[in-house]
Design a binder for this molecule. Structure first.
Ligand code: 5GP
Length: 213
């Protein structure tokens, strides 16, 4: 079985939600790890980013990303509708502000899958954000994984490996690390971090009150 026991399902929703920021270079396994964590940990929402990148095969508009053109992206920026934004691999990406603010105001938890530039902006605007960096075992592994998934041509893979190195340089700014040298272990690490954060006493005052009844 992957990750945590399903029993966690009954009690991982806190009184107060958390804002999670998860980064990791392409090929770090971040998407796979996050998808599973969102499936098994109840009450965690995924922040759907806006991007000017073209959809990949299988990606669904409004689910994986909001796929927008440059004009639309510029108007989101002009309207201050993005919590953070960055240019990554030649495309623009940004986190719609409203769903994040609404989740936090209503005590729900939300996960942002964003790059290191975006993470830095979120840390500045939301000091309570909890950040997790997914580390690949090595750049060599990243290159192998990117080629293996066969989604990008050679020049893009080479550029992504270079850019992965730049992302890794920012890993020291994160609260938590996950080392993805073994996928099952990495699932457990990421889910443990998220669950531990959701079990902070400050998010669980109601448990103490309930226990003293
Ligand atoms: P991909 O194009 O492979 O889906 O994502 C490329 C990179 O962009 C990933 O590192 C991903 O985390 C990052 N990214 C996705 N959405 C956002 C966003 O809204 N803001 C920022 N800053 N980065 C994002």
């Amino acid at each position: 079985m992957i990750g945590l026991d399903p029993l966690f399902k009954r009690w991982t929703v806190p009184d107060r939600g958390a804002l999670f920021v998860v980064s990791g270079p392409s090929g770090s396994g971040k998407t796979t790890l996050l998808r599973e964590a969102l499936r098994v940990i109840p009450g965690l929402e995924f922040s759907v980013s806006a991007t000017t990148r073209a959809p990949r095969v299988g990606e669904v508009d409004g689910v994986d990303y909001h796929f927008v053109d440059h004009d639309k992206f510029r108007s989101l920026l002009a309207d201050n509708a993005l919590l953070e934004h960055a240019e990554v691999y030649g495309n623009y990406y940004g986190t719609p502000r409203a769903p994040v603010e609404a989740a936090l105001a209503e005590g729900r938890s939300i996960v942002l899958d964003i790059d290191v530039q975006g993470a830095e902006q979120v840390r500045r605007s939301h000091t309570e954000a909890v950040s997790v960096f997914i580390l690949p075992p090595s750049l060599v592994t990243i290159e192998r994984r990117l080629r293996g998934r066969g989604l990008d041509d050679d020049s893009i893979v080479e550029r992504r490996v270079r850019e992965a190195d730049e992302q890794l340089a920012a890993a020291g700014d994160y609260d938590f690390l996950v080392l993805n040298d073994d996928l099952d272990a990495a699932h457990g690490q990421l889910q443990s971090i998220l669950v531990a954060e959701l079990l902070r006493r400050s998010r669980r005052e109601s448990w103490i009150q309930a226990a003293r009844r």
